[in-house]
Design a protein around this ligand. Structure first.
Ligand SMILES: Cc1cc2nc3c(=O)[nH]c(=O)nc-3n(C[C@H](O)[C@H](O)[C@H](O)COP(=O)(O)OP(=O)(O)OC[C@H]3O[C@@H](n4cnc5c(N)ncnc54)[C@H](O)[C@@H]3O)c2cc1C
Length: 361
């Protein structure tokens, strides 16, 4: 069987890794470089790791696994009638086509947006790194996980960091947990500007609803936009992402979607952990095995400088500290979620417990 995968991010690569040896696998990727770790980009920008450490799989790894890789090639259209993928450089017949095109950073729309950078690719990271080394400090807009990761790592490396966030809580967490994040990153040197809305930017700083904040290097981390264009152009149903069912099937026969580009019941996964999880489950489904991805269970792990945090399941309502690192959330006396912070070893058993509960249902 010939499996063609669009996108060489964690979703695409994990799927290729799973299926190589069983099927003929080809990845089409528009970037020029082999797979790199996006979660490590802020470590690289901060100078905490070397650039080559971002690349776990060199070109010969793909060759060794028998995975075909076409870099610098953009998928343009899926000819569903002929079952052929059309790129800017050629045509590739498929038995199974998997769209793993990921997402891009949401661009700000304010006046002066040309002064704001975003971070998604290694090219973005190279640009930000060079500017930081010139100016020595950064102004980050957005208190999502990418903004917090970047802030934590830059502060750890000794850069001056200001973080502007439109709320006073982070990642949908309560005030207490958000306060802990603020405290730990504050101790590391991050200066917070909370409840502050981005209004406009210029060369020297950002005007917020709470005043003008100076900074030459300004990075906006305000969310993602799934890359759905190829699906839309090919007549496949899309919403915010490419619409899939619980078997990752799109509205087109033999065309699947995984990772950040896919939308299941209103959910976009948004994490590398999610994308690789999708890939492993899809590989089993394509093998004809019964498997199911727990879309309903949010499960993410991040590291903000020296502060690791795992967010699992439902984390709203009144939580209860069950040890020095774990705040657990219950509904009708039953565990429904937890935030594990600082020492995250316990996160794995909690995730397992919640998953088992879900599969029982
Ligand atoms: C700075 C940063 C830090 C992060 N930190 C974490 C973290 O700590 N933990 C975590 O779990 N997640 C983290 N993430 C999120 C994680 O990286 C993404 O969720 C993950 O990369 C999604 O994987 P994906 O395979 O779906 O898509 P992507 O990684 O976006 O890969 C999609 C690939 O498809 C290619 N592509 C798109 N369209 C086409 C086309 N038409 N033709 C050919 N190629 C195409 C793109 O160039 C890209 O290489 C972070 C992300 C960033 C940017």
């Amino acid at each position: 069987m010939r499996v063609v995968i669009i996108g060489n991010g964690p979703g695409g690569v994990e799927l290729a890794k799973e299926l190589s040896g069983e099927h003929e696998v080809l990845i089409i990727e528009r970037e020029e470089v082999p797979f790199y770790s996006k979660p490590m980009l802020s470590h690289y920008i901060a100078g905490l790791i070397e650039r080559e450490k971002l690349f776990p799989y060199p070109i010969d790894w793909y060759e060794g696994k028998g995975i075909g890789l076409r870099l610098g090639e953009e998928a343009k259209l899926i000819d569903r009638a002929r079952k052929v993928l059309i790129t800017d450089k050629g045509e590739y017949p498929y038995d199974i086509l998997v769209i793993a095109t990921g997402a891009r950073a949401r661009e700000p729309t304010v006046e002066g947006k040309e002064h704001l950078l975003t971070l998604r690719s290694i090219e973005d990271a190279d640009r930000i790194k060079a500017l930081l080394e010139e100016h020595g400090e950064a102004l980050i807009v957005g208190g999502g996980f990418i903004g917090l990761e970047l802030a934590g790592n830059l502060a750890k490396a000794g850069y001056g960091v200001k973080l502007i966030h439109r709320r006073d809580t982070f990642l949908g967490l309560d005030e207490e947990l958000s306060g802990l994040i603020r405290e730990r990153l504050g101790e590391a040197g991050v200066e917070f500007h909370l409840d502050a809305e981005l209004l406009k930017a210029d060369e020297n700083g950002i005007q917020t609803s709470k005043g003008y904040i100076e900074g030459k290097v300004k990075i906006c981390a305000i969310g993602i936009v799934p890359n759905v264009e190829i699906a839309r152009r090919s007549g496949i149903q899309t919403g915010r992402g490419i619409l899939i069912d619980d078997h990752f099937r799109t509205s087109a026969k033999d065309v699947y979607a995984i990772g950040d580009c896919a939308e299941y019941s209103g959910i976009i996964c948004g994490t590398a952990k999610g994308a690789t999880g999708h890939a492993r489950v899809l590989a089993n489904i394509l093998r004809g095995k019964e498997d199911r991805y727990p879309f309903e269970l949010r499960s993410s792990i991040f590291k903000f400088g020296d502060l690791p945090i795992a967010i699992i399941g439902k984390t709203r309502g009144d939580g209860e500290w069950i040890d020095g690192h774990t705040k657990a959330f219950f509904q009708d006396g039953k565990l429904v979620g937890a935030v594990v912070i600082g020492d995250i070893k316990r996160a794995f058993s909690i995730e397992k417990e919640l998953k088992e509960e879900l599969y029982k249902a």
